[in-house]
Design a protein around this ligand. Structure first.
Ligand SMILES: Cc1cc2nc3c(=O)[nH]c(=O)nc-3n(C[C@H](O)[C@H](O)[C@H](O)COP(=O)(O)OP(=O)(O)OC[C@H]3O[C@@H](n4cnc5c(N)ncnc54)[C@H](O)[C@@H]3O)c2cc1C
Length: 482
């Protein structure tokens, strides 16, 4: 990266907003998937959308690849820097720009933390529904890029269902506005193309979000079961009864133990627990809650805890939301897998995961959005033991093949990023992938916007391959997968 290029970045964002010292760059080598690392050429911390636009335009003019980064909590290496590229970190674009309660929407910069949106609008009786477990730290820009989900997405939908409008900078530096204040806009739905595109089509600089009214009543129970199969049957029965819970989450013995050790939520000792939450009108919730309780009992629940107030409800959710991080209490290292299957296939896939656990000798915890069929197997390993890291990755990959074979997909919410690029070819045909690449090429014909992510095959727009191709990702001891 030459001095003139860097000097121009200083001019755009100010000297203090450009990091190039190797020690400073260390922080940005990876997202939460720490096994994939690459040092960025330079990190820039713009303060405004105009800064972002100028940085992207500068990259485009100099054919330098760039990657957008929010708060770095991604679990698929989506924010892994491009070699010798610019990492555009959006944490300083962190203002809530407009709160429009009568129209139930809020406009924010991409660096705003997910939970801050709810905290800002809660006094007016509203909240922002998509609630990834990382919502205390992850950014709205990252949520948009990943189309993030969360426990309450079963009833309320994913991020894509809550984004009304976007401002974004295209890879050539052009600023575009997609969607808007109304629910439908004429023409192609490019807004939905951008949501979930993992930072490969544009850098998002402003987001208008839909708000949801805080429901009149919320009731939460935690039911313990003698097996994950029994808990899975309870989920099927609840849905078959025509109930759409706000959330249905399952945790198995290992993740219960980890959560207990980390945040002491008072979970019972059991093979599996279900957390079921209903919300809506008071009378309706009261009636359906009784039905859920009866279904759990007839599905062999051994214990049922009912949250009596907001505090007890928060305690239960604390246990669930801490589950990933809590695995550090029971294993020196763990690999968070993310796959999705039709809900009815849960018992079958869980059985296969158990068999894999025995076969591989690695413990596998399971915590998941059971209502959505979105699995998060946590494969435990010890990287100090030669070969265990690679084994854990193979085990995690094997679980993805189970998901595909069950009619599901390789990611439910964490994205493809750099991690699952090869798995895409197992899910899609070459034609499918080429069609998707054509869309990507329409946005980014010179291949500078988060290159090397999502797609395994060469691109079709005839561009000269970017410099990133010469720099393999450092994967400590990783064997070839798939
Ligand atoms: C403990 C833990 C729990 C989690 N729980 C959940 C969960 O329940 N549900 C869920 O869906 N995810 C979950 N995640 C994953 C992660 O938090 C989400 O993917 C989140 O949306 C990432 O946001 P971020 O700001 O950290 O983005 P980053 O990690 O910084 O980036 C993620 C991707 O978004 C792109 N990006 C970031 N900002 C922009 C922008 N402004 N414009 C364009 N592209 C951009 C990046 O290039 C990258 O591809 C969890 C992660 C952890 C560590």
């Amino acid at each position: 990266m030459n001095a003139t290029f860097l000097g121009e970045l200083d001019q755009i964002v100010g000297r203090e907003g450009v990091l190039r010292d190797p020690t400073d760059l260390l922080t940005y080598e990876s997202d939460a998937l720490a096994r994939l690392r690459r040092r960025p050429g330079v990190v820039v911390l713009p303060k405004t959308a105009a800064d972002v636009q100028a940085v992207v335009r500068h990259c485009h003019q100099n054919a330098v690849p760039f990657v957008a980064r929010g708060h770095g909590t991604g679990l698929s290496g989506g924010a892994l820097p491009a070699p010798d590229g610019v990492l555009i970190v959006l944490t300083r674009l962190n203002r809530i720009l407009d709160v429009d309660i009568p129209n139930q929407r809020v406009t924010v910069e991409p660096g705003v933390v997910n939970l801050d949106v709810t905290q800002r609008v809660a006094p007016f009786g509203y909240y922002y529904a998509p609630d990834p477990s990382s919502q205390l730290v992850c950014s709205i820009g990252g949520n948009v890029a990943e189309n993030s989900g969360g426990a309450h997405c079963l009833k309320y939908g994913f991020t894509v269902h809550h984004v009304l409008g976007l401002e974004a900078v295209l890879p050539n530096g052009e600023m575009v506005h997609l969607g808007g204040a109304t629910l439908d806009t004429p023409g192609l739905d490019l807004l939905s193309v951008l949501v979930g595109s993992e930072g490969t089509l544009a850098v998002v600089t402003k987001v208008t979000l839909r708000l949801v009214r805080i429901p009149e009543a919320v009731r939460t129970l935690l039911a313990a079961f003698p097996s994950t199969e029994d808990a899975g049957n309870a989920v099927s029965e609840i849905i078959a009864a025509g109930i759409v819970p706000a959330a249905v989450e399952m945790m198995d013995r290992l993740t219960i133990t980890a959560a207990e050790a980390a945040v002491h939520p008072g979970f019972p000792s059991a093979e599996a627990v279900l957390i079921v939450e209903l919300d809506g009108a008071k009378a309706e919730v009261a009636e359906l809650f009784g039905l859920v309780e009866r279904i759990c009992r007839s599905a062999r629940a051994t214990e049922i805890q009912i949250a009596r107030d907001g505090e007890e409800r928060a305690r239960i959710w604390k246990g669930r939301k801490a589950a990933f991080a809590a695995m550090g209490r029971v294993s020196p290292n763990y690999y968070v897998q993310d796959g999705v299957i039709p809900r009815t296939k849960l018992p079958e896939v869980l059985r296969r995961i158990r068999a894999l656990e025995v076969e591989s000798g690695l413990r596998i915890g399971n915590v998941f959005h059971a209502g959505d069929g979105n699995l998060h197997p946590l494969v435990c390993y010890d990287e100090r033991i030669e070969g265990q890291g690679a084994l854990a990755e193979r085990v995690a990959s094997e679980i993805l093949t189970y998901c595909i074979e069950a009619g599901g997909s390789i990611t439910g919410e964490h994205g493809v990023g750099a991690d699952k690029v090869q798995a895409m070819a197992h899910l899609f045909t070459a034609d499918d992938l080429e069609t998707m690449q054509l869309v990507r090429c329409a946005f980014d014909p010179t291949n500078i916007c988060n290159p090397g992510k999502i797609f395994p095959t060469p691109r079709l727009c005839g561009e000269v391959p970017g410099p990133y191709r010469r720099h393999p990702i450092e994967r400590a001891g990783l064997a070839e997968r798939f």
